[in-house]
Ligand binder design. Structure first.
Ligand SMILES: NC(=O)c1ccc[n+]([C@@H]2O[C@H](COP(=O)([O-])OP(=O)(O)OC[C@H]3O[C@@H](n4cnc5c(N)ncnc54)[C@H](OP(=O)(O)O)[C@@H]3O)[C@@H](O)[C@H]2O)c1
Length: 263
């Protein structure tokens, strides 16, 4: 596949686009899009979404931001935001349709794995990080059904999806379930390009949240030293790598590709 396969009109959805990795991916993606492209940015914080939108807008790219709580949005609401963002254009007007499932949270870091018993809290965690991700993906696939072979799906995953990390049972189990859903989808729909991209340890609010909230001293130490030694990646670095992997199109369907993997 040519490295400029996004040079035509693309329709792109990015969840969790109000800050961190999602914002950087949106900005990087926008540079690669051709004329008459549309980007739909989703998250709750309207003002921060507007800041991301400014980074992405150009003569070629129309940006639509929608404040939405993806933990509770209904399937109809998800369908409606995508259809509205199409702005009256037909799905066949687009040479590619992309969705980046970047939204994510860490879960309760103050409970030890051997003491997890608040099932409602765990269910809420899985709602945002797994079930609603699947729902949004399904709405997207239904809308773009007639051009399914032009669909590209990127799940922002983590090393934690494939390697246990002490003190992060919510996060690891959620990421593992979410990644496996996308792997099964890729297995069934070989004509859809599905990438599970693990961004590496990135300097975002998530890292500060871990250091602040975890009861696991080892986890706290690991991330505190990452932060103090300046070894965390900048969101822009991992966003660039993600786009490079995507544009090279060398990944196998559903493959887990990490920032640190050799090219
Ligand atoms: N940072 C890392 O080191 C790292 C490493 C591996 C993987 N990842 C993954 O990368 C992705 C982005 O992480 P990040 O570090 O950039 O985290 P972040 O800075 O905390 O950003 C999370 C994003 O998700 C959105 N979000 C959270 N809850 C939401 C909700 N209920 N409804 C809609 N949007 C919601 C947030 O926006 P609002 O608050 O405005 O809603 C925000 O835009 C996540 O999937 C994460 O697991 C991160």
């Amino acid at each position: 596949m040519a490295s400029n396969y996004l040079s035509g009109a693309s329709f792109c959805v990015i969840s969790g686009a109000s800050q961190g990795i999602g914002r950087a991916i949106a900005a990087e993606l926008s540079k690669n899009l051709g004329p008459k492209s549309i980007m739909l940015l989703l998250a709750r914080n309207k003002d921060e979404l507007a800041t991301t939108a400014k980074l992405c807008e150009s003569d070629d790219v129309k940006v639509i931001s929608k404040s939405i709580d993806l933990a509770s949005a209904s399937e109809k609401q998800m369908n409606d935001v995508i259809v509205e963002a199409l702005s009256g254009r037909k799905v066949t007007d687009f040479e590619n349709s992309l969705i980046f499932h970047n939204v994510g949270s860490l879960g309760n870091l103050s409970v030890e794995t051997s003491r997890m018993e608040d099932i409602n809290e765990l269910r809420e965690y899985f709602d945002l990080n797994v079930f609603k991700v699947i729902s949004l993906n399904t709405q997207f696939l239904k809308i773009f059904e007639s051009i399914e072979d032009r669909v590209i799906i990127v799940n922002i995953t983590s090393l934690c999806a494939i390697k246990p990390m002490s003190g992060m049972a919510y996060y690891c189990s959620g990421k593992a379930a979410r990644e496996m859903y996308f792997k099964v989808l890729a297995e069934e729909k070989k004509h859809i390009r599905v990438l599970n991209y693990a961004p590496g340890p990135v300097e975002t609010a998530m890292i500060d949240y871990i250091i602040d909230k975890t009861v696991n001293l080892n986890l706290k130490d690991v991330f505190t030293s990452f932060k103090n030694q300046g070894t965390l990646l900048k969101p822009e670095m991992t966003a660039k790598k993600c786009m490079k992997v995507l544009l090279s199109a060398k990944f196998t369907p559903g493959e887990h590709v990490d920032y640190f993997d050799d090219e």
